[in-house]
Design a protein around this ligand. Structure first.
Ligand code: HEM
Ligand SMILES: *[C@@H]1O[C@H](CO)[C@@H](O)[C@H](O)[C@H]1NC(C)=O
Length: 591
């Protein structure tokens, strides 16, 4: 054997060693790859091509959401494509699939009767846990959740809603009317973009409800000052073109809430929300907003504490804001728990921020779509206006606006129907996300513990024709309840469920004083607020808000149909939450 021979042998050995190592590595990598590939839950339909990609359905999801900003609509389209009320999607790499359910009856069953098997999913908490770590909204329904809810206990009582919240909202509505008076003067009845106005107005409203009239922060006041100093704006040659109006800067406190909220929304659309949000948190924009928010809430808490100090006895104290009521509830809780009140705790701070976040974007979206639907359905708008004017006959005769109390305490069935239909069609929030606490059965399928299940609010059965589901696939709790339940919820007619039609919420009655039609809240499926213990906590406040805004706007203005290019129903047809499509064209009405 020569040196070169032995070299060859060594080389050969090395080569084969390397080959073995290499193929071993390849094999392990391949096994790892197989192991990382999406693992479907047996029996539940899914997109076949997704299971051969490490990133599952993500490519399709990211493409859709970057074009439309809509995650939930993409989800529903997968149900429709796969023709099933229950499907699974691979939207988070290397993790369990999401199970998606689009059926009102099944959702209702889970939300009302299966709370031992399903609870709040960590989905929101992954991100909002960094923004509002101690707020109850992302907690499981445990003792801590129930304890924190006590702080908010007073806010949905009729006393708070009708006497405190309503009067703040009413004042803010007057701001919007003044703002739109100015805008219709400047635009001379031409269309302008309205989504920002409503978004900021809704923030002003909840800001004032939470902190009281003493807190002078308002986005709209700045706008009003600006417009009152302007005589004219540039009107484009084309009378149908949008008139662009200048905007006053938003107060930093309010902007900080928007920035924090947007950070959450952006991250949730990413396949790695936690990491995405971590990066956002490192930016100076986020940190700045966070600090401004911290200071704003602490300042308001100090003010509220001073108000409490001035008036010594509880019975002499007047609750004028949510923060007043929270501090009162904390004093009760402290007494019960035998400790000193801790008004400056992180928990109270985060509940306050939680209210600001939960209340404004949702309400603004519903109101924006409301204006759009009314503009595009003049018959509905006219009937609404004449019913409202008839119901507030004294105000009509005295040529004044109805007062806050008149609006809050007067039932107008057609108005209730319009509001409910706006809420149904506005697709404000559209997924109720729960986690499976145990291995369980859902629509005939086995769902492993720890799976996130999305119950879609605006899919088939609410906004699209329902899928047929055999009764035998439903749960025991469903059958037990169906047997004894006397309250039945109707079903929407597949022929017209895609249309904006307030009449669907009315039933004929023999009572003449109601004009023969009364509002029926169980006429058909609605999931916009969720249902049951973890459904929307602010639902009653949202109705008060809608009632005041809708009444006062149609009283003061005719919302006219915008030119076609600006009233694109692409957005609404696809049920996309896209406020940039919202323009208004106003005509001021005589008192
Ligand atoms: C049109 C307006 C609104 C809509 C469409 C809406 C919708 C929703 C939805 C879908 C949920 C999740 C329900 C679930 O997972 O089952 C929710 C939760 C919540 N909402 Fe609203 N909301 C609105 C207004 C408000 C307002 C005005 C407030 C507060 C004043 C509020 C406070 C809350 C809170 C605190 C939660 C968390 C409840 C919990 O975790 O148990 N919402 N909302
Ligand atoms: C409301 O609608 C449901 C479903 O159609 C029906 O069962 C119920 O009787 C209606 N309520 C009234 C008061 O008519």
């Amino acid at each position: 054997m020569t040196v070169s021979d032995s070299n060859n042998v060594v080389l050969g050995l090395r080569l084969s060693d390397t080959l073995i190592v290499l193929s071993g590595t390849m094999l392990s990598l391949y096994l790892l790859y197989l192991w990382l590939l999406p693992k479907p839950i047996p029996g539940i339909p899914y997109n076949k091509e997704a299971t051969s990609k490490l990133f599952g359905d993500i490519e399709s999801m990211v493409k859709y959401t970057s074009e439309t900003q809509e995650l939930y609509q993409w989800i529903i389209e997968q149900n429709i494509k796969l023709k099933s009320p229950i499907i699974q999607l691979f939207a988070r790499p290397f993790r369990k699939p999401w199970v998606i359910v689009t059926d009102f009856q099944e959702t209702r069953d889970v939300m009302l009767r299966r709370s031992k098997e399903f609870d709040r999913s960590p989905f929101w908490g992954e991100v909002s846990g960094s923004i509002i770590p101690d707020c109850h909204v992302h907690m499981p329904t445990n003792a801590r959740f129930k304890r924190q809810r006590r702080w908010l206990q007073g806010l949905m009582t009729p006393a708070f809603l009708h006497d405190v919240a309503a009067s703040h909202i009413y004042d803010i509505c007057l701001d919007l009317i003044e703002l739109w008076d100015q805008k219709s003067r400047l635009t001379q009845g031409r269309p302008f973009a309205a989504a920002d106005d409503v978004t900021y107005i809704a923030l002003d409203a909840i800001w004032r409800i939470v902190f009281g009239a003493e807190s002078s922060v308002s986005t709209t006041k700045n706008q009003l000052e600006l417009y009152s100093s302007i005589q004219t704006v540039h009107l484009p040659e084309d009378p149908n073109a949008e008139v662009i109006l200048p905007r006053a800067p938003c107060p930093p406190q309010i902007q900080s809430i928007i920035t924090l909220e947007e950070s959450g929304e952006t991250s949730l659309k990413s396949p790695f929300p936690k990491i995405a949000h971590w990066f956002i948190r490192q930016t100076s924009g986020y940190r700045n907003a966070y600090n401004i928010k911290e200071k704003a809430i602490s300042d308001e808490l100090s003010k509220a504490l001073r108000r409490r100090e001035v008036v010594k006895s509880e019975k002499d104290r007047k609750v004028n804001s949510a923060i007043d009521d929270l501090l009162y509830r904390e004093s009760l809780l402290a007494e019960k728990e035998g400790r000193a009140p801790q008004p400056l705790s992180r928990g109270i701070h985060d509940e306050i921020l939680g209210l600001l976040i939960a209340a404004h974007d949702t309400a603004a979206t519903a109101i924006i779509w409301g204006f759009k639907f009314l503009a595009d359905h003049p018959d509905v708008q006219n009937k609404l206006r004449s019913d409202v004017r008839a119901a507030h006959a004294t105000a009509t005769n005295q040529k004044r606006l109805p007062t806050c109390q008149e609006i809050v305490y007067t039932t107008v069935h057609y108005r209730d129907a319009v509001i409910e239909e706006i809420i149904r069609c506005s697709h404000t929030e559209s997924a109720l996300i729960r986690t499976a606490l145990v291995d369980l059965q859902l629509l005939g399928h086995h769902i492993p513990k720890g799976t996130d299940v999305f119950f879609m609010g605006n899919g088939p059965s609410v906004s699209y024709p329902a899928f047929d589901i055999e009764d035998s696939l439903r749960s025991q709790t469903y059958h037990a309840a169906a047997a004894k339940e006397n309250e039945k919820i109707g079903r929407w007619d597949p022929e017209d469920m895609g249309l904006f039609q307030p009449e669907r919420w009315l039933v004929t009655t023999t009572q003449e004083e109601d004009g023969g039609k009364i509002f029926n809240s169980t006429a058909g499926p609605l999931l916009t607020f969720g249902l049951g213990e973890r459904g929307c906590y602010g639902r009653k406040m949202a109705y008060v808000e809608m009632k005041l805004f809708i009444t006062l706007i149609v009283w003061n203005f005719e919302l006219q149909k915008c030119p076609d290019a600006m009233s694109s129903y692409a957005a609404v047809d696809k049920l996309v939450h896209a406020p940039q499509y919202c323009f208004v064209k106003l005509r001021k009405l005589p008192a």
